[in-house]
Design a protein around this ligand. Sequence first.
Ligand SMILES: [Zn+2]
Length: 141
Amino acid sequence: MAIPRHAFMLWLVFKNSLITKERMCYWGYGGDPLCRFCCGIQECIEHLYFQCSFSRRLWRNIMLSCSITDPYVEWTEVVECSVAKLKGRSLQTTLCKLCFASSVYHLWRQRNDLCHGNTPRTEECIEAQIKCEVRARILFK
Ligand SMILES: [Zn+2]
């Protein structure tokens, strides 16, 4: 159901296999360990996706567009929710899965753009791309 590149990202995230800066530091690679979104906290999956102010704003806006007014804000809650509650093929469930997968992908892409000197997208641009991808996936699956 998910776009292949999104499914791969989700697989990496759920396996805790993303090569974050925290992990790079643990392995002994040098470099800046801080989050590029807010530049003040060490980058790990929990921070990158849910604690960072940039990600939280994007995540909340996307979840609100799915009519979820109390979005999960802790990584462990999201994993538990995804496993326990996002089963089935209802429109709401499908929408949440697609939005989640697309958000994970686009946040990682934005992070990589910032880390590698590419021109970053605005929050509004990322949000619009996520909504466009999800809309297209639902309409043309
Ligand atoms: Zn941050």
